[in-house]
Design a protein around this ligand. Structure first.
Ligand SMILES: C[S@@+](CC[C@H](N)C(=O)[O-])C[C@H]1O[C@@H](n2cnc3c(N)ncnc32)[C@H](O)[C@@H]1O
Length: 306
């Protein structure tokens, strides 16, 4: 493949008479994976496949089935454009414009944080802890971003009324789009505002969830470039100790929860003890922690006393 930045033989191992070989699916994939790998990309092969499938408008299985097929010039051109974006660190989810969360295909772009698999633990915990109320309840998802948590919960609990809110008007616009596409517009409303200012003072919920920004400000510069340079700063920066938004949520949540109502919060890999402490200080009971797939305590839950 004529690569974005030079001839393949300057990067890849020489192949006998490679200049005469057609740029088949197999060959461009080997070249692109190798290029990504040498640039330190830990998911080089997967990224190369996802981007090629996007350029060709097919799924990844088809890349295997048709691996010997030579690519047309237009297909190579499209692939080259996508490779250039990934090479400068743009996350694959932004390039594709989508990311799966809780088996739901969501639209994502630079207006919102890319939903992470760890956050599925927040949804699972909220569903488990409210299963005795599966017929009716009210949920508020603060810091909703793409709307992933609110939409996944609403899909599982179609009879609940769900409010999703974010300070960013741009994020709220994308969350509304995702709500429509997921077919949950009948039970999810998306609002804008600074935490609880998005809802009326008289609002009352059985469940409040949030995955707030929780990276300490001083650590943002040392994040991976893919995150630091592409994801919204507003979605990352949790203030001096990473807990400034979490603290405000915990201190105000009880006013908006029904007696026995549940507060469920995601935090950073080392923040669970501190978040649990904040909940205890604000009078929450039944405080529990849930681990993510890597065994890290990721979610902290507490109930407003009855
Ligand atoms: C870590 S992202 C989480 C997004 C989404 N819930 C998820 O799990 O992928 C945090 C979100 O909080 C929003 N945010 C930051 N400060 C806020 C505030 N004061 N009030 C409401 N939302 C805020 C950001 O715009 C961002 O969308």
């Amino acid at each position: 493949m004529p690569p974005p930045g030079g001839h393949p033989q300057r990067h890849a191992k020489p192949v006998t008479d490679s200049s005469l070989e057609p740029w088949s699916i197999k060959r461009v994939l080997a070249w692109a994976s190798d290029d990504f790998r040498r640039r330190g990309n830990p998911s080089a092969r997967l990224d190369a496949e996802l981007l090629l499938a996007e350029a060709l408008g097919c799924d990844r299985i088809k890349l295997i089935l048709d691996s010997a097929r030579p690519l047309a010039e237009g297909e190579l051109g499209r692939y080259r454009t996508l490779i250039k974006r990934r090479r400068v660190g743009e996350p694959v989810a932004y390039i594709l414009g989508r990311r799966e969360f809780f088996a739901l295909p969501l639209r994502v772009d630079r207006r919102v944080l890319i939903p992470r698999p760890d956050t599925e633990v927040l949804v699972e915990s909220a569903l488990r802890e409210t299963h005795d109320r599966n017929l009716y309840g009210r949920m508020l998802d603060l810091c909703t971003g793409s709307g992933c948590v609110a939409i996944a919960f609403a899909k599982a609990r179609p009879t609940w009324r769900v409010v999703a809110a974010d300070l960013s008007a741009e994020a709220a616009a994308l969350a509304r789009e995702n709500v429509q596409r997921a077919g949950v517009a009948h039970n999810v409303a998306v609002l804008e505002g600074d935490l609880f200012a998005a809802v009326s003072d008289r609002s009352c919920f059985e469940l409040i969830t949030a995955n707030p920004p929780y990276i300490p400000s001083g650590e943002i510069e040392s994040l991976d470039a893919d995150v630091r340079d592409f994801e919204p700063r507003l979605a990352l920066d949790g203030g001096a100790d990473g807990l400034s938004i979490t603290r405000r949520i915990v201190q105000n949540a009880a006013r908006y929860l029904s007696p026995g109502g549940l507060l469920a919060l995601e935090g950073g890999f080392d923040q669970a003890p501190a978040v649990a402490g904040l909940l205890a200080d604000s009078g929450f009971g039944e405080i529990a922690r849930a681990k993510d797939l890597a065994g890290i305590e990721r979610v902290v839950l507490g109930r407003k006393p009855r």
